[in-house]
Design a protein around this ligand. Structure first.
Ligand SMILES: Nc1ncnc2c1ncn2[C@@H]1O[C@H](COP(=O)(O)OP(=O)(O)OP(=O)(O)O)[C@@H](O)[C@H]1O
Ligand SMILES: [Mg+2]
Length: 156
């Protein structure tokens, strides 16, 4: 599924809508956010985290690697793998234990094979002054989620 995101507000709206189609219990979902510098990964992550009920700031996990959130619908881990280069480092940051919540991952391409463990990948790229996103389902349950998301967008 491809969407045009002409401005920042469109990226924020996608974050909200994504949360709307995710199940009530966010545990054990893994969502990958790909895209070059400035493509809008953090904007999207922040929108989703705010929509899920977090009202404070959403600091970048670039240095901490993982920023945890306790949200009404469960835990959410905002993860940035920019500084991680392999599977060993991923284990070192406790990746396996983060499956009690939703793993929302920026720079997933830093670790080979992550897509095999994920539900959804959103690939953001520049399109003129705005952005464009391609969303792919990597699991059975996320294919259903994409159908629901497409339905919401078809009502615009
Ligand atoms: N759809 C959009 N159209 C235009 N600008 C956007 C859009 N979405 C986000 N932006 C803007 O792009 C800039 C970069 O966004 P953001 O920080 O989310 O990118 P990023 O992918 O996280 O970058 P980095 O890899 O450097 O962390 C911000 O100023 C944001 O407001
Ligand atoms: Mg970012």
């Amino acid at each position: 599924m491809k969407l045009a995101l002409p401005d920042e507000a469109a990226t924020v709206e996608l974050g909200r809508r994504l949360l709307e189609v995710l199940p009530d219990d966010l545990a054990n979902w893994t969502i990958l956010l790909q895209g070059e510098l400035g493509a809008g990964k953090s904007t999207l992550a922040r929108a989703l985290i705010n929509a899920a009920g977090h009202s404070g700031p959403v600091p970048s996990p670039t240095y901490t690697l993982v920023e945890p959130y306790e949200l009404p619908r469960g835990n959410l881990y905002h993860i940035d793998l920019y500084r991680v280069s392999d599977e060993d480092e991923l284990q070192y940051l406790g990746w396996d234990d983060l499956d009690d919540g939703c793993r929302l991952v920026e720079w997933p391409e830093r670790v080979a094979g992550l897509e095999e463990q994920a539900d959804l990948v959103l690939r953001l790229c520049y399109a003129g002054d705005g952005r464009q996103v391609e969303i792919s389902a990597l699991s059975e349950r996320s294919s259903r989620l994409l159908v629901a998301l497409a339905d919401i967008y078809s009502e615009d």
